[in-house]
Design a protein around this ligand. Structure first.
Ligand code: CA
Length: 359
């Protein structure tokens, strides 16, 4: 809505047109500039497209009143300092992933994705229509921030393996690059998880410093070239719906006029959904290309004993977290309860539909 239309509308609603119109014109002219720091390097595909899309939507919807500049990690030099920079107000917005802050604030873990947890549609339901957003703001509120969903990768693949995994015995001593909570689970069942910087991953796999590498899925894996050196591509279990985040400094957000707050929220929500759609699209394209160019790639699913061991390790670790911290328990219970109902529906809708095609 242009300022002209809005003022006319205001005149129609209130008789004191001149009084209402004048300060409104001033308020509408004011430009609010926000600075965003992203964890990713400059022009990172999909992730970087999401921040650019968000900033561009916010600017166009606000008629230029909300301007967001983006600094990538090569500029701010602190990919894993985004939480602290937004908290301190050095940046107003951060684009990152909540589970990166688990070492600092354990309960941030739950707002990205959980092993054996919700699918993307189920998790968006929990965030926007269940308790997800409220619980996330409760966790981030202590640090003077809001956190909003920031784009989803969908189901992540289990990783690229040099050798086939036929049983739990093949996991013993296996060196796999996989960070975070999923890495802890691999370690519980006998593997040796390591974290390696993205730029060194290909070389590590090629030189057999690691036996396997977990990254994302075809949309982003194709650029890394893992399919050229590790033929077994395993399906996922550990990140069924990885959601990125927009962290926003509370003071900065609360000071924005209400319409710009709504515009910012709408731009974040739209660009988050869009990232999921873009990832799905690019994964289809990339998977087709990988299969065509490298017909030797073999898609595998982890054997039942590995999955069972992972499930048990997951339940044990979550129970330990819940026991130590009532807030962790509340978040886990909320997710479990939401998933129970949402999954029953997924099973008789999407799952039943896809299964019926195989018959
Ligand atoms: Ca991953």
């Amino acid at each position: 809505m242009s300022s002209f239309t809005y003022q006319k509308l205001t005149c129609g609603l209130f008789l004191s047109c001149a009084l209402v119109g004048a300060p409104l014109a001033q308020a509408e002219d004011k430009v609010y500039r926000l600075k965003l720091a992203e964890t990713w390097g400059a022009n990172t595909p999909i992730l970087g497209d999401t921040t650019k899309r968000m900033a561009s939507l916010a600017e166009s919807m606000s008629n230029g009143r909300l301007q967001i500049t983006i600094d990538s990690s090569n500029k701010h030099k602190a990919p894993f300092g985004v939480f602290d920079m937004v908290r301190a107000g050095q940046y107003d917005i951060g684009h990152s992933a909540s589970y990166y802050w688990k070492g600092k604030v354990p309960n941030t873990l739950y707002f990205t994705t959980m092993p054996f947890g919700m699918t993307t549609a189920e998790q968006y339901g929990w965030f926007y229509h269940g308790e997800g957003q409220t619980l996330m703001n409760e966790v981030y509120g202590k640090f003077g921030m809001y956190s909003f969903p920031g784009g989803n990768t969908g189901v992540q693949m289990g990783g690229w393996f040099q050798k086939e995994i036929n049983s739990l015995d093949d996991v013993k001593g296996l060196k796999i690059r996989i960070p975070g909570f999923a890495g802890e689970l691999w370690s519980k069942i006998g593997a040796k998880p390591v974290n390696i910087a993205p730029g060194d991953l290909f070389t590590a796999l090629e030189r057999r410093t690691v036996d396997a590498v977990e990254w994302v899925g075809p949309s982003l894996d194709i650029r890394m070239g893992f399919h050229k050196i590790a033929p077994f591509y395993y399906t996922g279990w550990h990140e069924p719906a990885s959601e990125l985040q927009f962290m926003v400094n509370r003071r900065k957000f609360d000071r924005l006029p209400e319409d710009l707050q709504q515009i910012l929220k709408t731009a974040m929500r739209t660009s988050a959904y869009d990232m999921y759609i873009q990832t799905h699209h690019e994964s289809g394209e990339s998977w087709h290309k990988m299969k065509t160019e490298f017909p030797n790639i073999q898609v595998k699913t982890f054997p039942a004993d590995v999955i069972t061991a992972m499930r048990q390790a997951n339940e044990k670790l979550l129970a330990e977290y819940a026991e130590k911290d009532p807030q962790a328990k509340r978040i886990q219970d909320s997710q479990a309860e939401y998933m129970r109902k949402a999954r029953a529906w997924t099973d008789i809708s999407d799952k039943a539909y896809l299964n019926s095609l195989d018959k």
